[in-house]
Design a protein around this ligand. Structure first.
Ligand SMILES: [Zn+2]
Length: 339
């Protein structure tokens, strides 16, 4: 009994300066090996006739410990509140630097939003691709010479898994599971096994488009791309198409725009021709449609693809591809407020 009285005095006099000391109190008195549990265990040594009386005392002791614990917690939280209200709100804040959007993101977003206004939906796919979606399904069978132009990084060979060389693989994936009408743009990062220089990089970004439906013609292709150029580079920018070759389109063309720097009179950017190439395009090869079980007698389509870096170069006059991935803040800061 005298021991319990001593404990009660200790409990009453216990004060805690911080959360650790409150926790120490809990462990000491209320923990699974604490004093309260320990004293409770003494019950078995008490003669039967005294059990009731002793039980009441023990219970009172237990309640005293629990109440003290609640009081200590209360005191602690109110002292923390006092500390919080001691902050001087009139002090000037710490300056927080605001980041900027990456120029490639700015341009990609603009490109996508222009096509969205024409009813194109955004489609995305994996950067790690298999041979079928990246090459074979797109009319680039094994040993096709055009594959040499798109050497990439293989993750595995036979069966081939690789880093996609173009976002056309997303077009393949969409045609595989969706029936016409299909009207999509595919923005994304692509890879090539190239030596890094000012004009080439081992990765870059593309925005490709695909439109498959009944009666889609080359006139639709021209008008769509003409609209894009007018929105992207301003009214009055001219376009021209040159015949070209891609395995996945027939006929194929490359599109130039009148030089945005000199306006067509000739400068170093356009190599004094007045024109700069911005994209490749064409009518979807019937074999591709058949690869995806789309009836090529009923449906036709057009596709185009362009590099985001190229458009960015023309818009912002960035003349070294390496700048995009060097994370040099002096470069990135120049795009503050560009959108
Ligand atoms: Zn020029």
């Amino acid at each position: 009994m005298s021991q319990i009285d001593q404990y009660k005095k200790d409990i009453k006099g216990y004060s805690a300066k911080n959360a650790d000391e409150v926790e120490a109190f809990r462990i000491k008195y209320l923990g699974t090996k604490g004093i309260v549990k320990n004293v409770m265990g003494e019950m078995r040594n008490v003669p039967n006739e005294n059990k009731k009386e002793f039980g009441l005392i023990l219970n009172a002791f237990k309640i005293a410990a629990e109440e003290r614990y609640e009081v200590l917690k209360e005191q602690l939280s109110s002292s923390e509140e006092t500390a919080a209200t001691n902050i001087d709100w009139s002090l000037p804040g710490d300056p927080m630097p605001v980041g900027t959007r990456h120029p490639l993101s700015i341009v990609r977003n603009q490109m996508v939003s222009i096509f969205k206004r024409l009813g194109f939906a955004v489609a995305e796919g994996p950067e790690m691709e298999d041979d079928w979606h990246n090459f074979t399904a797109l009319n680039l069978p094994e040993n096709h010479p055009a594959r040499d132009m798109q050497d990439t990084f293989y993750l595995n060979q036979n069966p081939d898994y690789l880093l996609r060389t173009h976002t056309s693989s997303v077009q393949a994936r969409i045609m595989e599971k969706q029936k016409p009408p299909i009207r999509i743009v595919c923005p994304g990062r692509v890879y090539r096994n190239e030596t890094i220089s000012a004009r080439a990089h081992c990765f870059f970004h593309q925005v490709e488009g695909l439109y498959v439906d009944e009666n889609v013609s080359f006139a639709d292709l021209k008008q769509t791309l003409y609209f894009f150029v007018q929105e992207m580079f301003g009214k009055g920018v001219k376009v021209r198409f040159r015949p070209s070759y891609f395995p996945f389109t027939e006929p194929s063309a490359e599109m130039d725009i009148s030089c945005t720097v000199c306006g067509g009179t000739g400068c170093s950017l356009c190599k004094h021709t007045g024109w700069v190439e911005i994209l490749g395009c064409g009518m979807v090869h019937p074999k591709l449609l058949e690869n995806f079980k789309i009836d090529s007698n009923k449906y036709t389509g057009f596709a185009f693809g362009m590099g985001v870096e190229r458009i960015c170069q023309l818009k912002f006059r960035v003349n070294d591809l390496r700048l995009y991935s060097q994370n040099d803040i002096r470069f990135l800061r120049q795009f503050t407020g560009a959108v």
